[in-house]
Design a binder for this molecule. Structure first.
Ligand code: ZN
Ligand code: FE
Length: 255
């Protein structure tokens, strides 16, 4: 049985996730844009927060940590490389590290690109990947600090996870991401189908996050820089995937 997963909207377009093990009572919150929705959700379920996992230093991912720590004595985990700009960490991690949570192993991947020191929390047994602003539904984070090569490498690590993995990313940007995706991958039927479903979901105000990795591999242009149809559409047939990725990212920045 996978651990219980709760997806909570926060601020204008962020997501916070709760992961809960009913046996041990362990409860983690992944990123804290704002403590309010987290406190409400914990109270409604009668859960006590034991862990806070931070993907990266941006304010919309850590702004509510201090407030939350005023209510719960939770252990804060984040990247050692980012300790100077994260809230005080109780556990500093880096790529390849793993720790126990709720009877499972939580693995750490370095997925820098959006920022340096951006990490993802991987729960292989439950098949959850908390990717923050690295791999997102139909998109990836803007390259504020890293290079295209770095982000491409980060996305490749995530693409190698079990295809059934749920990608729990930080924002509801999916509809706009999908509209852009269609400009570089216009003949992709899986993408068109997915966009039809996303339009309906957003019309009903339903979250499109988390999404399944297999679906991202089939439709997310940032994972598809080796795809012959995309390369042909960009007039980059046979190019280095990093260059193709960089071109897609540059077009998205202008979109
Ligand atoms: Zn960010
Ligand atoms: Fe963000």
């Amino acid at each position: 049985m996978p651990l219980e997963l709760v997806t909570l909207p926060a601020l204008s377009d962020n997501y916070v996730f709760l992961v809960h093990d009913s046996e041990s009572g362990d409860t983690a919150c992944v990123d804290v844009p704002d403590a309010g929705p987290v406190l409400d959700a914990l109270k409604a379920r009668n859960w006590s927060l034991t862990d806070i996992w931070l993907t990266h230093h941006h304010h919309d991912h850590i702004g509510g940590v201090d407030d939350l720590l005023g209510h719960y004595d939770a252990k804060v985990t984040g990247a050692r490389a980012d300790r100077h700009r994260l809230p005080r960490l109780n556990r500093e991690v880096a790529e390849g590290d793993a720790f126990d949570f709720g009877g499972e192993q939580v693995g750490i991947l370095d997925v820098s690109g959006h920022t340096e020191g951006h990490i993802a929390f991987i729960l292989d047994a439950s098949r959850y990947a908390f990717t923050g602003d690295s791999l997102m539904a139909l998109g990836c984070g803007r390259l504020f600090e890293g290079t295209p090569a770095q982000m491409w490498e980060s996305l490749q690590k995530l693409a190698e996870l079990d295809p059934e993995t749920l990608i729990c990313s930080g924002h509801e940007y999916t509809r706009n991401n999908g509209r852009f995706a269609l400009t570089v991958d216009p003949d992709n039927d899986a993408l068109k189908d997915r966009m039809d479903r996303i339009d309906i979901m957003r019309g009903n105000d339903e979250p499109t996050v988390p999404s399944k990795l297999s679906e991202e591999v089939a439709t997310n242009p940032f994972l598809r820089a080796t795809d012959p149809a995309i390369q042909a559409h960009l007039d980059m047939t046979g190019s280095d995937p990093v260059d193709v990725f960089a071109e897609i990212r540059a077009r998205k920045d202008r979109y």
